[in-house]
Design a protein around this ligand. Sequence first.
Ligand code: LUD
Length: 284
Amino acid sequence: MAGIIDGKAIAAKIKEGLMSEVERFKRERNITPGLSVILVGDNPASRIYVKNKGRACEEVGIRSTQHTLPAQTTRKELLDLISALNGDPSVHAILVQLPLPSRLDTHEVLEAISPEKDVDGFHPYNVGRLVCGRPAFIPCTPKGIMRLIDSTGVTLSGQEAVVLGRSNVVGKPTAFMLLQRDVTVTVCHSKTRGLPEKILSADIVVAAIGRPEFVKGKWIKPGAIVIDVGINRTERGLAGDVEFGAAKERASYITPVPGGVGPMTIAMLLSNTVEAAKRAENFL
Ligand code: LUD
């Protein structure tokens, strides 16, 4: 029976630490870290995530402002807003919640964010730095995933990982972070052949495909660490990408959904925001 990795509890600890950093920032420099979140359209899941982010900012003392734009927002309106936020010194961090309405060019929008304020780590400058193993803003979900794996105390070097999903948001950056830690990484996707066998050989499985309980318990190598990034809304409530009940009988450690990766994504956003503010204000 696997140990359950309590993402919510680990995130709470991280937030406590951030709260005292923010307090010191205010006390010594009279500066409050500021995050601006842009939400375009009315994707119901995005609304929940953005609300959770705003609440978390409040908890640790970050000043967050939310810009909720209608689904019909034009390219120019959105780019003008980003440009204004880039130039606002009280805004240390900018996040454009994804997905954007399909009319808008996501790459163009992400490239408009100043890399120093890009706390999502989605700007090509930060992506390139991550790939080169240089200091950069690391995307929040992959950063949270690495913290969750590290919480088990496992030595990563030489381990075999299978990353399911090749998105720019989760799969690709997670693969590069694991590689940086000397893990042997296989990135699998919808066209991958022989998926069960590949997963069965993995010491670490990161599932980020967005299909409820797609990864069967019997595909998990006994003793593996399983990180479930999926948040799928089904008639029976939230489900991960992994068949949790069966997988936890074989894994050594597994993350639950909810209460696993999701809360860590938010904690890492707060961490990146404090980092952005410190760098901008030369506060060490
Ligand atoms: N876009 C993200 N889109 C989606 N789970 C999140 C997320 C909180 N630009 C940009 O915030 O980092 C991002 N940057 N992402 N995500 C997913 C992704 C983005 C996912 C889950 C949660 C943020 C979260 O709070 C709760 C949990 O797992 O315990 C459950 C909340 C619920 O009821 O769905």
